[in-house]
Design a protein around this ligand. Structure first.
Ligand code: FES
Length: 236
């Protein structure tokens, strides 16, 4: 890895080849919104909230490698406007009615909307009639709350190694599916580890029998598992 120099919001900074722009931006304590990104799993570049302007062009910073001489801006008027627009589109696409959601008050999507100053949705709500899958003995999948960030797909595949989850369909018809579109409760590959539930940023995946107040998700198992594996802590 070699050192590269780039400009971040008018300031000359350095990074390493191979790093993404998001990594470098975060290392320099510039706050940038993300939803599909989660430390410890691969990047998807799906939510686009982390987009930045590089030499005047928009790009998702989580999936863009930094290169020498880039001019990166993270909070131009255009970016602020587009991020708000993206949030509104996410809320318009499915049924995110926070007041009756199990994750109300603990939802990353809801918190992000507040953080980005979204106070209304200017687009027509699509209000799709999507099912819930409550066939699993411990967990529930509510497609209405899913933003298709695929954190569940990636953590199940990359950390648990089960690859129970995947995505079927295209565009707004896309849906998370267990195995070959089985009810979750009859999935032969699901280990019931609950990692997918913990990384889900919304109320799309949640634990049965918990109150709204208890519905706090934790990501801290990810660095613990990944760090332990790197150090071979569990190899006897
Ligand atoms: Fe980069 Fe979602 S965090 S596109």
């Amino acid at each position: 890895m070699s050192v590269i120099t780039l400009t971040l919001n008018g300031e000359l900074i350095s990074g390493l080849t191979g790093q993404t722009l998001l990594e470098i931006i975060q290392e320099h304590d510039v706050e940038i919104p993300t939803l599909c990104h989660l430390d410890g799993i691969s990047e998807r570049g799906g939510c686009r909230l982390c987009m930045v302007e590089v030499n005047g062009r928009l790009t998702a910073s989580c999936v863009t490698k930094a290169t020498e001489g880039m001019h990166v801006n993270t909070h131009t008027d255009k970016l602020i406007k587009y991020r708000q627009m993206l949030m509104e589109l996410m809320f318009a696409e499915r049924n995110h009615i926070c007041a009756i959601c199990v994750m109300n008050g603990h939802c990353e999507l809801q918190a992000m909307a507040a953080r980005l100053g979204m106070n209304s949705v200017r687009y027509d709500y699509l209000n799709p009639d999507l099912p819930m899958d409550a066939s699993h003995k411990r967990f529930v999948l509510d497609h209405n709350r899913c933003i298709l960030c695929t954190r569940c797909v990636r953590v199940c595949n990359e950390v648990e190694g089960a690859h129970t989850w995947d995505v079927k369909g295209r565009g707004i018809a896309s849906q998370i599916v267990a195995d070959l579109n089985f009810p979750w409760g009859s999935s032969p590959s699901c280990t019931s580890c609950g990692k997918c539930v913990q990384v889900c940023p919304t109320g799309a995946l949640f634990e049965q029998g918990m109150t709204v107040a208890e519905m706090e998700k934790r990501h801290d198992f990810l660095p613990w598992i990944l760090g332990g594996r790197e150090k071979h802590e569990w190899n006897w």
